[in-house]
Design a protein around this ligand. Structure first.
Ligand SMILES: Cc1cc2nc3c(=O)[nH]c(=O)nc-3n(C[C@H](O)[C@H](O)[C@H](O)COP(=O)(O)OP(=O)(O)OC[C@H]3O[C@@H](n4cnc5c(N)ncnc54)[C@H](O)[C@@H]3O)c2cc1C
Length: 469
């Protein structure tokens, strides 16, 4: 741990500010400092000066003002899942929203208001009691904040759109300490930018979402022998092209986990899988998923009716916090035979149980929103693929990282060009521009209006200082 002294001026300022906070202020050297600075990806080892555990919007306003006035590097932590570690910084101030996890459901209006530090597990738990849900990701420990601000897709996206498409309004603390509501009626430019533009525009203290009647779903994985992966991928392509929007499915390469529900002969064996989620009538769903069972025989079939929160947390145990992560991803306009051949070559080499490659569908309701209606631009992509190398320690990560890089590079000629911001690591400004395409210029303009000095720069940054065409 660094023992850099905090100068006396800042020290007295800190003491004055601390008195105005309702939440805890954790400082370098405090007993819980090392736990509080940790984020999901164990590769990230940053040492902030101060961590403000905000409990309400007043704490957030005060923290933003303190960071700006004292010229401190500022990071904002929602669920802490970002693999680049944007939720924590070196030598600056962390606004930690993790105490702000309340969710209020309005079952009559079918909306829910979630505080800025909620995880999807918090959200699903609250809305499921009313038989309602909104599109989230595939893991329940991911933050509502980062996932929604970058776009957000998972099991419900084909039917109900991206998470950000279901945002009704957001309360935002901007760089000058103002508290604004962004919606279709108020601060429309900010509302446009928040839906895909990431954490560039301020701290969202609460998100209001539209809810949908989703309760029990027919969901889960069907695993296939690895030597069938080309057939399974071709099947997956045709299946998704025909599937109704209330059926979603993603494809994956994994090592079968050595878990009690997996037959021993499959333990640590490479497999491919299709993970489905059907949200319509169960009887009809059973008919629709029959082809998944006929394609085969499956190596293991775990597809069945379950509550939506159970599906959304099914893989949590495989990806607990505190592991080393290296990711790479891209959007795809199609899943060509050439791309399938690359997948069949690299997918079976998946190195560890939590590592993998996933292909998510990005069509249906996502395509019904125009490319320029929100900051999220890739409304014309059909799929997004991501390969992730994950391990407990750093020793073998260089080898596993090479697997990701080689796999990603081999697919690059068949991909759409840009990548989903929430799957990017620190890959440079060109990758960010390629992600926003024609929306980039407008994002720079809005950034100049709401954060001209780039206080919120620890994100896939839209730099307000740069010249745009
Ligand atoms: C295991 C795992 C599974 C995932 N699965 C999916 C998936 O299925 N679908 C998908 O779309 N993505 C998925 N992701 C990617 C995920 O969307 C990103 O990692 C996202 O950044 C996580 O958000 P967070 O709030 O947890 O992260 P953080 O690290 O806390 O924040 C990420 C970024 O968002 C900003 N931010 C967070 N909250 C706020 C807020 N309230 N106000 C302003 N800025 C904020 C932060 O400043 C930072 O720049 C997954 C990630 C992991 C690790």
């Amino acid at each position: 741990m660094s023992d850099a002294p905090i100068d006396s001026l800042t020290e007295s300022a800190i003491a004055g500010w601390q008195g105005a906070l309702r939440g805890e202020l954790i400082r370098l050297g405090d007993e819980n400092y090392d736990v509080a600075r940790r984020v999901y990806n164990q590769m990230i080892d940053r040492q902030p000066r101060l961590i403000a555990r905000c409990v309400n919007a007043a704490d957030v306003i005060s923290s933003v003002n303190f960071a700006r006035t004292h010229n401190l590097t500022l990071s904002v932590r929602g669920g802490g899942h970002n693999v680049t570690g944007f939720g924590v910084c070196d030598d600056g101030l962390v606004i930690d929203l993790s105490p702000m996890r309340g969710v209020r459901v309005d079952p009559v209006r079918r909306t829910a208001r979630a505080e800025g530090g909620c995880t999807w597990g918090d959200f699903d738990h609250a809305t499921h009691a009313f038989g309602l849900a909104t599109p989230s990701g595939i893991i329940s420990t991911t933050g509502v904040g980062g996932l929604t601000l970058g776009g957000g897709f998972g099991h419900l996206a084909r039917r109900y759109g991206l998470s950000c498409d279901n945002l009704v309004s957001a309360d935002v603390v901007t760089a000058d300490g103002s508290f604004l509501t962004a919606s279709a009626e108020e601060n429309q430019d900010l509302f446009w930018a928040l839906r895909g533009g990431g954490g560039n525009f301020g701290v969202v203290t609460s998100f209001e979402f539209r809810l949908h009647p989703v309760s029990t779903v027919l969901g889960g994985p069907v695993f296939y022998p690895i030597d069938k992966s080309e057939d399974v991928l071709r099947f997956y392509r045709e299946y998704m092209a025909e599937a109704p929007e209330d059926l979603s499915a993603f494809f994956g390469f994994h090592l079968a986990p050595p878990a009690p529900f997996v037959p021993e002969h499959l333990h640590l064996v490479p497999v491919c899988a299709i993970v489905a989620c059907y949200t319509g009538e169960l009887e009809q769903g059973e008919e629709l998923v029959k082809p998944l069972r006929k394609l085969g025989p499956p190596a293991l079939d775990l597809l069945g009716p379950m509550p939506y929160p159970a599906l959304n947390s099914l893989f949590d145990a495989l990806l607990p916090p505190g592991l080393q992560h290296y990711w790479k991803a891209d959007f795809d306009y199609e899943l060509s035979d050439e791309a399938i051949a690359v997948h069949a070559e690299y997918g079976p080499k998946v190195p560890t149980v939590p590592s993998g490659m996933h292909i998510y569908p990005l069509d249906g309701a996502i395509h019904r929103v125009g490319k320029d209606e929100t900051a999220f631009s890739y409304r014309d992509a059909k799929f997004v693929h991501i390969m992730i190398a994950v391990d407990e320690g750093p020793e073998r990560m260089p080898e596993y990282t090479s697997w990701v890089q080689e796999y990603w590079s081999a697919l690059r000629p068949f991909s759409a060009g840009g990548a989903y911001v929430n799957f990017l690591m620190e890959e440079g400004e060109d990758r960010v521009k390629a992600t926003y395409r024609d929306n980039y210029e407008r994002l720079v303009e809005i950034k100049r209006k709401y954060d001209p000095s780039n206080l919120f720069h620890l994100n896939q940054n839209i730099n307000p200082m740069q010249a745009v065409a």
